[in-house]
Design a protein around this ligand. Structure first.
Ligand code: HSE
Length: 298
């Protein structure tokens, strides 16, 4: 039996569109065993609908590894225990893909390296900014270049918390990308390149005061704001309550505020603000996961 635990992730982090991501302390755990025949999929924890046949995301990810490594299995049983809310911009699909691929790699004799799994996972997901931190943990920069995905992860040791403001509505990444323009100006592209570079260095070195400026983005959030209810108000209120940096998590609709752990009233204040103003969001405090995916074999 193989058990894989994979963290939630928050991608883009403002200016780092399709490139930056961070692993968070919320997990999907997947248990896999080979059986004599067929596919059995059990779903625990979440009440959301999860396919239980060949179209199940974890199974599809496993199949990619089996095909790549030439492994043949008679049957597979998958038990999904999913804490990460689906289609909220917290990397639930990346967590399933990484979990399935890591489990399948163990079954097929560990033929693939983590770099190989990163490549397959980023190809399946379409973008590397969630799968890289899901696999490696920490704060990651990742790019797809000439058909390969390359990522670098660093642990964030200085105390920091991630206040995750999850709405009770969802938006699919596919729909959310449709709102983005085909072309942007050279000025906007250069703006984001500079801000993403500053954000990475400031975050990695613990110079958090610079993040409020460095997190600013002109490539995706301004376009996506139109369909994320109360996005600007939530950003403004988060800064009023002392956040270092605020961003739309992945393609949304979750909004993440990075705060000092000393800022103990942030969640209470934001939840009170959401209640009073009728915003359908709940704020919960997470920390960084500096470990990434964990595989246990029984
Ligand atoms: N970078 C992606 C996006 C995140 O913003 O659409 C979701 O994969």
């Amino acid at each position: 039996m193989i058990k894989v635990r994979v963290p939630a992730t928050s991608a883009n982090m403002g200016a780092g569109f399709d490139s930056l991501g961070v692993a968070l302390s919320l997990y999907n755990t997947v248990t896999v065993e080979e059986i004599s025949d067929g596919i059995v999929i059990e779903n625990r924890h979440t009440k959301e609908y999860i396919p239980t046949g060949e179209n199940n995301l974890i199974y599809r990810a496993m199949k990619i590894v089996f095909d790549k490594t030439g492994y043949r299995t008679k049957g597979i049983k998958i038990i999904q225990d999913s804490e990460i809310p689906m289609t909220r911009g917290l990397g639930s699909s990346s967590a399933c893909i990484v979990a399935g691929m890591l489990a399948a790699n163990v079954l097929s004799g560990r033929k693939l390296s983590y770099a190989g799994i990163l490549n397959l996972a980023a190809d399946m997901e379409g973008h590397p900014d969630n799968v890289a931190p899901a696999l490696y943990g920490g704060f990651c920069a990742a790019v797809k270049s000439e058909g390969k995905t390359l990522a670098k992860s660093v642990k964030l040791e200085k105390p920091i918390v991630f206040e995750v403001m999850i709405p009770d509505f969802y938006v699919s990444t596919k729909k959310s990308r449709v709102t983005l323009p085909d072309k942007v100006s050279h000025k906007d592209a250069a703006y984001n390149a500079g801000h993403a570079a500053l954000f990475s260095l400031a975050l990695a070195t613990g110079d958090f005061e610079k993040l409020k400026v460095a997190v600013k983005d002109k490539l995706h959030q301004p376009y996506r704001a139109a369909y994320i209810d109360n996005m600007k108000e939530t950003f403004d209120e988060s800064y009023k309550n002392g956040a270092y940096a605020v961003w739309l998590s992945g393609s949304g609709p979750t909004i993440v505020a990075m705060c000092s752990p000393e800022n103990k009233e942030f969640s209470n204040n934001m939840n009170a603000y959401f209640n009073i103003n009728g915003h359908k969001r709940t704020c919960r405090r997470l920390t960084i996961d500096n470990v990434g995916a964990i595989v246990q074999v029984y």
